[in-house]
Design a protein around this ligand. Structure first.
Ligand SMILES: C[S@@+](CC[C@H](N)C(=O)[O-])C[C@H]1O[C@@H](n2cnc3c(N)ncnc32)[C@H](O)[C@@H]1O
Length: 256
């Protein structure tokens, strides 16, 4: 990342190594160094999506995800949204409930310059349209949404859709995260849909999308298929080659 110019990246979608859950061929990573570089290379209004979960060590979750989120804030990012990726392939329980989610921290440098929200069928809005057009203030009273938010809301309501929730349920696991069999040579891929939905939400065609720990190349592949430019970096040359292979195959076949 040190070779990238300042203020050059529109969007980063990435997932770091989670504590020591996987060894990734023995590489280590300097979290604080990467976070600072991300701040430097991100354009004003650009966004970083950081997908992360915690290991459980001696019966206690590490809380690394929260520490990392607070560090991003400390160095100057906004914590724009704490989103949840709900998996369809959860980890089996061990004296606790099924472990079925990871965090998707959405950081922004200043206010996000792009937001193309995903929509979902509205349910509660149908029952009480007035409630959905207001929000509660500190003293408990209701206040109407501002003009722009109201416009967006009305347009969505007319079409029977509203802006989607910030919990995304995404199919994951063998042949669900991707149809590229070769991608599973990497031990910890995230689903193509996760990368694509963030790319569509926080960037526009022609923007530059970065994944500084690109693993099997999921973010780069989905950026390429959605007419974004992309930069993928991984400390493992083997994973870089895997990424190149997937991107080439996707672009030559024209399939996702
Ligand atoms: C959770 S995986 C990313 C998987 C990716 N999102 C995908 O869908 O394939 C984390 C990646 O970080 C890479 N990594 C670890 N330390 C790194 C470092 N210092 N610099 C760059 N990449 C690193 C690992 O090789 C691994 O591929």
């Amino acid at each position: 990342m040190k070779r990238l110019p300042d203020d050059s990246i529109d969007l980063t979608v990435t997932s770091p190594p989670y504590d020591n859950l996987r060894t990734y061929k023995g590489y280590t990573f300097d979290f604080e160094g990467i976070a600072k570089q991300l701040l430097r290379v991100t354009k004003l209004g650009g966004v970083v999506v950081w997908v992360v979960g915690d290991a459980t060590i001696k019966g206690s979750e590490t809380g690394t995800s929260f520490r990392q989120a607070l560090y991003f804030k400390e160095i100057g990012f906004n914590l724009h949204d704490t989103m949840i990726y709900k998996k369809h392939a959860p980890h089996p329980p061990n004296v606790r409930y099924w472990q079925c989610f990871e965090y998707m921290f959405v950081f922004s440098k200043g206010k996000p310059k792009t937001f193309n929200p995903l929509m979902q069928m509205k349910k509660c809005i149908e029952k009480n349209p007035n409630r959905a057009s207001t929000y509660r203030q500190k003293d408990g009273s209701l206040k109407a949404l501002n003009k722009n938010a109201m416009k967006r809301f009305k347009k969505a309501a007319q079409n029977n859709y509203r802006i989607a929730d910030n919990i995304w349920e995404i199919d994951s696991g063998w042949m669900k995260s991707t149809a590229d069999k070769i991608a599973y040579e990497h031990p910890a891929i995230f689903p193509e849909q996760l990368a694509e939905d963030h790319i569509l939400s926080w960037s526009n065609p022609g923007d530059i999308v970065l994944d500084p720990m690109c693993g099997s190349g999921t973010t780069c592949k989905m950026a390429a298929l959605n007419d974004r430019d992309y930069i993928g970096i991984d400390i493992s040359e083997e994973y870089c080659e895997l990424s190149r292979w997937r991107i080439r195959a996707a672009l030559s076949e024209g399939v996702s």
